[in-house]
Design a protein around this ligand. Structure first.
Ligand code: KIV
Length: 300
């Protein structure tokens, strides 16, 4: 088991080995994805939508990403862990951006940060990188710019916008990014950007010719039946599995078939006393002498 680093990802690109990345927000899912062999885990600001139920990623705070990142780190042994820089944690000033990136690493345990935006963020990226923090870029459909884009719409469809995105990608590489997420752009454009860059591209809604792919784990698992954009493939019927389990639990509790005997504790030394306690008059009190379970009479 060798830890995945930014150098590993670079090598994977040069060997033509595809990079796999998933989002994760807690230790349990992080452990499962890590053990399954995923190369990188992103504590995405998508947590605002899939975990918190917000309408966009905009309300997510640095403290919240730190909280989730700590949990993900506890569940991860091999995968490279990246923390998203939330909206307004890097846009207002370079100093603030460096401080917030530092918090995600020092307090959250992230091994790199990701931020959305093109050439305009070259200075921010180079200052964060110079502070010793690897930066993953993110261009194309950038959810934090939802209001400027007029919705979650595919970017770079005309020649001028496509050229702009190629220039952005080159500027991010020159500024020191070790990898770039390409989201919601035509496959042809993603292929061209991937060909032009030495650093790996990670696609989401950008076709198969990126150096790697990322998916929001709740989408991968099919946990939200109402969300079915073109770029998502559900690799499991998570919603069906979760609801099926919850319904079976409800039925069994109501039918008194759960907990069964094998889910119950037993004692050979248990004695039943008629209780002198007024509040429990109609119930005998169970007194357990030697077991971990002690059941006392309710106080009057
Ligand atoms: O926040 C997120 O989950 C992301 C990925 C979709 C790339 O930015």
């Amino acid at each position: 088991m060798k830890k995945v680093t930014i150098q590993t990802l670079r090598q994977m690109k040069s060997c033509g080995e595809r990079i796999t990345m998933l989002t994760a927000y807690d230790a349990t899912f992080a452990r499962l994805f890590d053990e399954a062999g995923v190369d990188a885990l992103l504590v995405g600001d998508s947590l605002g939508m899939v975990v918190q139920g917000q309408e966009s990623t905009l309300p997510v705070t640095v403290d919240e990403v730190i909280y989730h990142c700590r949990a993900v780190k506890r569940g991860t042994r091999r995968a490279h862990v990246i923390a998203d820089m939330p909206f307004m944690s890097y846009q207002a000033s370079v100093d603030e951006a460096v401080k917030n990136a530092g918090r995600l690493v020092a307090e959250g345990g992230a091994e790199a940060v990701k931020l959305e935006g093109g050439a305009d963020f070259a200075e921010v990226i180079s200052k964060i990188t110079r502070a010793g923090i690897p930066v993953m870029g993110h261009i194309g459909l950038t959810p934090q710019a939802v209001h400027r884009m007029g919705g979650y719409v595919v970017q770079g469809k005309d020649e001028e916008k496509a050229r702009q995105l190629v220039d952005d990608a080159l500027a991010l590489e020159a500024a020191g990014c070790y990898s770039i997420v390409l989201e919601g752009i035509p496959m042809e454009l993603a292929t061209e950007i991937t060909r032009r860059l030495e650093i790996p591209t990670i696609g989401i809604g950008a076709g198969v010719h990126c150096d790697g792919q990322v998916l929001v784990c709740y989408d991968l698992l099919g946990l939200n039946p109402d969300f079915a954009p073109k770029f998502v493939k559900r690799f499991a019927d998570g919603a069906g599995t979760v609801m099926g389990a919850a319904k079976s639990y409800i039925d069994e509790v109501r039918g008194a078939t759960f907990p069964a005997d094998e889910h119950s504790f037993h004692s050979k030394t248990l004695r039943l006393y008629p209780t002198p306690v007024r509040a429990a008059e109609s119930h005998p009190v169970l007194v357990e002498e030697d077991s971990i379970a002690r059941i006392y009479a309710a106080p009057v």
